[in-house]
Design a protein around this ligand. Structure first.
Ligand SMILES: [Zn+2]
Length: 112
């Protein structure tokens, strides 16, 4: 089989297929508390999404551009770290997404 140019040939880590899920996951954690890039990459890896910064940062910036999360600089010792928090719009979007995800999971798991 011909190899693709992506680092991930395994369909289980197909980032296009899972990008919406990862966005919702990021938004969920940003609603719960401040998140930062590396911590979020580790959290996604824990859930089986091994993604590179080259994939994660566009997801974060996309959510920021839509106004769902906002970034601020946070001093961590000597270094500045960018932290993201959900905005009121982001909280609203997640709430709406929850209803859709619940319905979809019902269909997916029951095979209706
Ligand atoms: Zn999580």
């Amino acid at each position: 089989m011909k190899k693709t140019k992506t680092d991930y040939d395994d369909p289980a880590v197909d980032r296009d297929l899972y990008s919406g899920l990862m966005r919702l996951h990021i938004l969920h954690h940003a609603v719960e508390g401040p998140i930062f890039g590396l911590g979020m990459a580790e959290e996604l890896a824990r859930h089986g999404y091994r993604i590179s910064p080259g994939t994660l940062y566009p997801l974060l910036h996309g959510l920021e551009k839509k106004g769902y999360i906002s970034a601020s600089e946070h001093r961590d010792g000597k270094s500045l770290r960018k932290v993201y928090r959900a905005t009121p719009l982001g909280r609203k979007a997640l709430k709406a997404a929850k209803a859709k995800v619940r319905e979809f999971i019902g269909e997916l798991m029951e095979g209706r």
